[in-house]
Structure formats: C-alpha cells, structure tokens
Design a protein around this ligand. Structure first.
Ligand code: PRX
Length: 635
C-alpha cells in the first residue's frame, strides 16, 4: 500500500507511528514512489539539531519543475494547471494547461538565461497575482536561480533591503497592479528601491496595467517581446537535493527581516505530500488558495504543492471586497472550486457583512475548506464552517510557518474529526512538544507551553541567508536540541493542539507577521520622536492591531498630535508598507523599563487591551510610576 495518501484515522495513526519510529524508511518510500529524480539519494537525512545543520535526500539530483510540469505532460498535458481570475470580474478568466505552462516556463527560463542569470543567482520577483508571477517563479527554479519573491504590497525601502540582503542580480516586476478599485505603480516603487541597489543589473517588466513607466536604458526591458522571441522548450538544470530553491523573508522579533532559505528536494517532497493529504486532493478537483504568492502559503500551496500533484490551482488577482463582498463566493461558483483555503482575517471581515452575500450561492462544489495564518477564533470558525462549508465540508485549521515550509499540524479531511479552533494533530513526520519555562518537556495532556518540534522534517528552512548563526540562535537555542516555533500552544485531553499565539515580539496583523523592532525603528526616524514601543491589541477583523506608545523629544512637544500621528504612520508606510500602520498612538512621557533597560511589553500589552486589572509585580521596574501615568493617559 502506498504511504502517500492517508485513508482513515487508523491509517493515520499507523503512518504517524511509522514516521516517528522509522523516519528514514517513511520518507524514503514517499520520495521514491512519487517523484522523478535524475539520481536518487545515498542517505535520507543527516541532521544536527545543536548546530542547526540539516540535509535531506543526500546527493540526490532533481529539478522541481520537472516534477511540477514535465512529469504531467503525457497524462495531463491538456489539463488546466492554472486558472487565472483577474481583479476585474468582467475581464475573462484564463485557463493555462500543463502544456502551455511548460511552454511559458521554458520561454521565461530561456529569457533569464539569455539575460545572464545562472544557477545560484538570486532573482527578486515583485509582481501582482498574475500568471507571470507563477511563470517567473518556476522559470527561476527551472534554471536553478534562487527566487526571492517580495510581496507586492511592500514599500520601496522594504524591497530595497530585501534585494540588497541577498544581492539579487535581477528584478522581475510589472508596470502596475490592480487591487480592487485601486491601481498601484509597482514599477515606480521598484525604480525608487533600485536607487539603493547597485547589485541589480536587469529589470524585466510585465505589462499588466498599460500605464506609462520610465524604462532605464541598459537596465529595464519589457518582458513580452523577449518571451515572443524565446524558444518554447528548455532543458532543466540538474539540481542537488540541497541546492537552495528560494529565499523568502519573514519578520523577526528583532533586527532586519530574515531571509529564510529553503532547499529543493525536502521542500518538494513535503509540500507535495501535505498538499495531497491536507486538502484531500483528487484528480479533477479545482483548488483555490486566496493567499498571495508573496507569502509562504502561496509558494507551497498555490504553486509547488498543487502543481507537484498535477492539480488545477486558481490564482486570484483581486480582493474579497471587490466589486462587492460576494466575490470569493462568486469565484467558487464560477470555477466550481472544490478546496478553498483562506485566512481568518478574511473570514472575519466577510462575516461582518450581510449573510446574503454568501447565501446567494449554493457553494455545492466545495469539499474541503481551510484556514491559515493566525488562530481562528470560535465565532469565525463557526461562521466559516456553517455558511461556507455548509456544515458538510471538513474545516482544516492548518498551523505552520514560513520556516517550516509546509503544513505541520492540521486535521486531515474525512480522517481527523475537527474541533473548533484546534489545529488538531501533527502530520506524519512532525513531532511537536510543549516546553515549560525551565526548558523541560511537558508530558501528558491538558497542558500549555511553548511549542517546539523535536525532530527534523524534510521542508524545514536550512538557514537564514548569509547568517547561519542567527538561524541557530533564533530557532535552536531557546530549547537546545529542539526547533522553537515562537508560538504558544495547548494540548487538550485527547492530544489535540490549539495554537494560542506568539510568545515573542512578533505580532500577527491580518495574518501578516510583523516584528516590533523594524516598526519601532521606522517611528524613531521621525525627528520629533525620542523612543517608541509597539504592542498588539485584539481587533475584530485583523485579529491584532498595532498600538504605539511614543515618547516625543522636546522639539516635538508643542506639535499638533494628530499631524504627528499622520506623519508617523506615513513613515511606517514608506519604510515597511501600509500593513504595518498603527491603529492607535498614545504619546507618553516614558516607557516602563526593567533595571536592565528592557521595555516591559507585558504591561503595555495589558494597557493597550484595556485590561488594567493585574499588572503583576511592577516593583522591579526602574520607573513604576509611569505605569499609572500611561494608564491614566489611555482612560
Ligand atoms: O503564530 C503562528 C501563525 O503564523 C505564524 C507564522 O507566520 P508566517 O511565517 O507568516 O506563515 C503564515 C502561513 C503559514 C505562526 O508562528 N499561524 C499560522 N497558522 C496558524 C497560526 N496560528 C494559529 N493557527 C494557525 N492555523
């Protein structure tokens, strides 16, 4: 019997046990039976949790795009690989077959090679959710260039720092992008970013919005004429299992964003396996994940996971509220979507609107619905389950991270009974543990603790680009020998996991990971600001919103506070992006600090939440009196 597909609960437990007792045998078989390799591995893994060194499928040779595309051509050449649903519903949807995808990826791969891109070079992709984004990602993988997709909502400074960090030689962008009734000047943002990026030699520009842009002589080229002239087939580069496939930046609680590096074979095996099982994907299903390819969810579960399984995957350019709040449901109906995967923040926003929007549509094509990115609250879970899933589609609450590459804890539809707000059980190969403050593993059930993973899995990030020491320190030192997720979790009486949220200084706003440090750095650049501290507070739709406590310099004291607040948010928007703007700003004369100078965020968090009941022991603070003042300022 194949190990690839989990059939029922008994089979799940059997597979799980096998994966823990005999991980080599388990992964060897899955990798062996379901992929095309140029050469198989000598060893399934070689791992060191102390030094944070991980290798999977040692010395195997593979190209992931052969597995995403070429492998399917004989059987599924005419099958739709990608359905593109444009922002504007009156623009026709596109159906791109596997044959056509092969041609487009080959052409783009040839264009990249012609432009001097070689195996190992880094290419920054800054594109809206259009087919060229998928094609560009796959074309990089085809020739062994390392793609670094930057979410097209980031500001020019954020783009510049990501380009420079990994020294990208090329940027692929578009003239503009459409989002709802707005259009955004992407090329302008790239031009501004590139003023600070000497490493970039070439910019390829996709024409999406027909807007006028400045093309810099010797650097910028329109993509289409190059594609038209390119040959429609391409010999894929032979990659080592451990060659980096991509870099994807994620926020850290301190310092600059971390360029998480994912490698080829382990990522391929794990995303394919988890896609198949977590979405119960079957031939002829139409799968839709509403995330952006700029985030890990889009990498693993819009592109790689689905294409590795020969699936039909929807790429949606728009937003849930345009032209109105029924857009998601309309698209499900239009393309007869069978699996729908979205974020709690979208669910909460849509649940606030009239039920008519969703009830107009039978949504009878749906079989499985999923959630990702942040804890899903009870109300949102039920709304989603009742009104979208019709109480008949299993709701898979999938917990994972940019760093984990693939889904780690999740129900398996029609296998694992779901429980509202619980991500439930670990997938085979994943060994979660809860740790107490003394770094001891907490045994038994009905317990809470810091969530760690005690054994490596194939798709874990291999390092932080250019900074292995930081990788080791961030993930493998808090609980030596274990991978620390940064999340807290509880384990219920039957062993189901519920993720309770971050236990570090990362705040998840509308499903986006935001570190406090870069936002505080942006605020502190304002000439009137002396110091600042950011915390999250609960928000109906966003899950968390940002609350900034800001100390002004003397020069700022006399200034209009509303104007200052606007200027500060503008700075954040320029430095990071609009997603990181503060919902509330309170100007204060000091911040609660420990004697070693560390800001006591715990207290600020309570104040931001409006919970003044129990601040705990504040006697150890350097300035305990400030707590009362901040509290009164808020009242
Ligand atoms: O806090 C967890 C939360 O999102 C974090 C990872 O964010 P990111 O790397 O951007 O990846 C998001 C998409 C995989 C986690 O540390 N998170 C993600 N999924 C869930 C979740 N929290 C609760 N429940 C989830 N299902």
């Amino acid at each position: 019997m194949s190990y690839y597909k989990i059939h029922d609960l008994e089979n799940y437990f059997k597979m799980y046990k096998k994966s823990v007792r005999e991980p080599r045998k388990f992964w060897d078989r899955i990798a062996d039976e379901n992929f095309t390799w140029y050469q198989k591995w000598d060893k399934v893994f070689e791992v060191d949790m102390q030094e944070a060194n991980f290798k999977w499928f040692l010395n195997a040779k593979v190209n992931i795009t052969k597995n995403c595309i070429d492998r399917h051509l004989a059987k599924r050449g005419d099958k739709t690989a990608i359905i593109f649903e444009p922002n504007d519903p009156s623009e026709a949807a596109q159906h791109i077959s596997y044959n056509e995808l092969y041609v487009r990826v080959s052409k783009m791969a040839n264009v990249l090679r012609d432009q001097g891109i070689k195996k190992g070079d880094r290419v920054c992709i800054y594109l809206p959710m259009i087919p060229e984004l998928a094609v560009a990602v796959l074309a990089c993988a085809r020739i062994g260039a390392i793609h670094s997709v930057v979410f097209a909502g980031f500001s020019s400074s954020a783009v510049a720092s990501r380009i420079n960090d990994s020294e990208c030689k090329m940027v692929i962008t578009s003239d503009g992008s459409y989002r709802g009734n707005k259009s955004i000047d992407l090329k302008g943002i790239v031009d501004e970013a590139l003023e600070k990026c000497p490493c970039v030699e070439t910019v390829l520009v996709v024409n999406r919005t027909n807007t006028e842009v400045t093309m810099k002589e010797g650097r910028d080229l329109w993509l289409q004429p190059l594609m038209d002239a390119a040959i429609g087939n391409n010999v894929a580069e032979i990659m080592d299992a451990e060659d980096p496939l991509f870099i994807l930046y994620t926020s850290g609680s301190t310092g600059k964003p971390k360029g998480m590096v994912h490698s080829t074979a382990g990522y391929m095996v794990y995303t394919a396996y988890t896609f198949k099982n977590v979405f119960n994907y079957e031939e002829n299903d139409v799968y839709w994940c509403t995330a952006d390819i700029g985030w890990i969810t889009g990498h693993s579960y819009i592109l790689y996971g689905p294409l590795l399984n020969g699936a039909t995957t929807v790429i949606f350019e728009g937003v849930p509220s345009y032209p109105d709040f029924s857009r998601f449901w309309e698209v499900i109906e239009k393309h007869k979507v069978t699996q729908f995967y979205t974020a709690p923040t979208a669910i909460r926003a849509l649940a606030k609107e009239s039920l008519d929007y969703v009830q107009k549509f039978p949504l009878s094509s749906l079989k499985v619905i999923g959630s990702v990115g942040e804890p899903i609250n009870e109300e949102a879970w039920h709304w989603y389950n009742d009104h979208v899933g019709g109480k008949r589609c299993p709701l898979v609450d999938t917990w994972w991270q940019t760093e984990t590459g693939g889904i780690m804890i999740s129900p398996i539809p029609f296998v694992t009974p779901t429980k509202p707000t619980y991500a439930s059980l670990p997938l085979p190969g994943i060994q979660p543990v809860l740790m107490d403050e003394l770094r001891n593993e907490i045994e038994g059930n009905q317990v809470t603790g810091a969530l760690c993973i005690k054994f490596p899995w194939p798709s874990m990030a291999r390092t932080i680009w250019g900074d292995h020491q930081r990788y080791k320190e961030t993930y493998f030192t808090a609980f030596p020998g274990k991978y620390f997720t940064g999340d807290g979790a509880l384990r219920d009486e039957v062993g189901y996991y519920r993720i309770t949220g971050r236990v570090d200084d990362v705040i998840i706003v509308s499903g986006h990971n935001l570190g406090t440090a870069p936002i505080e750095d942006a605020i502190n650049e304002h000439p009137a600001v002396a110091e600042s501290a950011i915390v999250g507070f609960p928000h109906d739709i966003k899950g968390n919103a940002l609350y900034g406590f800001i100390i002004l310099k003397e020069t700022g004291e006399g200034r209009d506070r509303n104007n200052l607040a606007i200027e500060i948010n503008q700075l954040i928007s320029d430095q990071i992006g609009p997603i990181a703007k503060l919902d509330k700003i309170q100007f204060v004369s000091g911040l609660p600090k420990t004697r070693s100078g560390k800001i006591m965020r715990r207290i600020l968090r309570k104040i931001a939440e409006g919970d003044f009941s129990n601040f705990g022991d504040i006697s150890t603070l350097l300035n305990p009196e400030i707590v009362e003042e901040i509290k009164n300022g808020k009242l």
